[in-house]
Design a protein around this ligand. Structure first.
Ligand SMILES: Nc1ncnc2c1ncn2[C@@H]1O[C@H](COP(=O)(O)OP(=O)(O)OP(=O)(O)O)[C@@H](O)[C@H]1O
Ligand code: SF4
Ligand SMILES: [Mg+2]
Length: 358
């Protein structure tokens, strides 16, 4: 039956009529697009963050792009100084001066975070995006009781009554594994162990049900057993709440157990992005292969562990061309002249290397 769309008054009905009036292929495309948009929590595109130093401007984050799907963990791995924290700080718009974001787009819940006002950003930080940092002691105020500190974030972002805030704090303390929340509520940070303090920070980070959690080396200061407990707790929370997570670590072993996708950072750039299983099955970028050979012996390779030759370059003194070329056994003349772009080379896999380009 032919529908006279112009005559339909109700907007929802009009949209439905238009939708059913188009070809099936077109409809499938629209649905796919809709599902795709809905699946992605955050999309970082071509992010550039610079810092003014005495030796000139350094590019701490250079052309970084990645996205994180709902309920997934994206692990950012790299040696010290590679730009992991700067990437996280850029997403949160907390880059300390003299650093500044110079270019890029950060799509989060339908908004480009880089276009938001300071006030709009404050309402997202700690609310829609939760943060967990490396050192639990410095992140907590030593003279304020635990319960009040968690309650402050909840009160700042919501308008619950005092008693409802307290109820929510006790519930959060229970969720992060404290069997005696009333007792913890009135304690001070110094009365807790490192692992317990980290649980408090996790409670603060999830207090407003964020859709994204950013954790910057959250277990580095902890012993191995406590580290496992914290990782287990984080995984449970992600699965339970359908949150996404940006997880920063030096540790490939942790990523293998904990992550869904991995991004390898080097000198401010992402050199490889892949699903964790694909990456550990076959790392592609020569730096990724070097990292893996220095930690594990992997499929088809000799069993002796090797170190990557040379050193991580200073950001103020980077080589021409591919930034990894002085340490790369596959370097070609072209690698010393021009820097390769990141290219998609398979399903959910990106590599910045001429070995994978024509
Ligand atoms: N305030 C600053 N002034 C000058 N340079 C800075 C400043 N903060 C960071 N940098 C530089 O920016 C680069 C990226 O730093 P970032 O903290 O992101 O590294 P990272 O990968 O998190 O390292 P780590 O694993 O040690 O935490 C580094 O080379 C660092 O020296
Ligand atoms: S672009 Fe060239 S130098 Fe860089 S990693 Fe690839 S092969 Fe090595
Ligand atoms: Mg860091």
């Amino acid at each position: 039956m032919f529908i006279k769309i112009k005559k339909i008054k109700n907007i929802a009905h009009k949209r439905l009529a238009i939708f059913y009036g188009i070809s099936i292929m077109h409809r499938v495309k629209i649905i796919k697009e809709f599902l795709k948009v809905d699946k992605i929590t955050i999309k970082v595109s071509k992010l550039h963050t610079e810092i003014s130093t005495d030796s000139g401007i350094i590019k701490a984050v250079d052309d970084v792009s990645f996205h994180i799907e709902k309920g997934k963990v994206f692990g950012l791995i790299g040696e010290s100084g590679s730009g992991k924290t700067m990437t996280a700080m850029s997403i949160l718009r907390l880059v300390p001066p003299p650093g500044r974001i110079v270019m890029g787009e950060i799509d989060f819940e339908g908004k480009n975070l880089l276009n938001l006002t300071k006030k709009e950003m404050e309402s997202i930080r700690g609310n829609r995006i939760g943060m967990i940092f490396q050192e639990p002691m410095t992140a907590l105020n030593p003279v304020i009781r635990i319960g009040e500190q968690i309650g402050e974030t909840i009160a700042f972002h919501g308008n619950l009554s005092r008693s409802d805030v307290k109820k929510r704090v006790l519930e959060l303390l229970r969720q992060v594994g404290f069997e005696d929340p009333e007792k913890r509520y009135i304690q001070y940070p110094h009365q807790l162990s490192g692992g317990q303090r980290q649980r408090i920070l996790i409670a603060m980070a999830i207090s407003c049900n964020p859709s994204l959690l950013i954790a910057d080396e959250p277990t580095t200061a902890l012993d191995v057993a406590t580290e496992s407990q914290i990782l287990y707790l984080l995984k449970e929370l992600i699965l339970g709440y359908g949150m996404s997570m940006l997880f920063i670590t030096h540790n490939l072993n942790i990523m293998r157990r904990f992550g869904d996708y991995i991004g390898i950072m080097y000198a401010g750039r992402l050199l490889e992005e892949a699903a964790v299983d694909d990456f550990f099955n076959e790392p592609l970028h020569p730096y990724s292969r070097g990292l893996m050979e220095s930690i594990f012996a992997f499929k088809g390779h000799e069993k002796r562990l090797k170190a990557i030759p040379g050193f991580v370059p200073r950001l103020s003194d980077l080589p021409e061309g591919c930034k990894f070329n002085p340490r790369c056994m596959y370097a070609m003349p072209r690698c010393r002249k021009d820097e390769p772009e990141v290219k998609k080379i398979g399903n959910e896999r990106w590599v910045r290397c001429y070995l994978y380009q024509n």
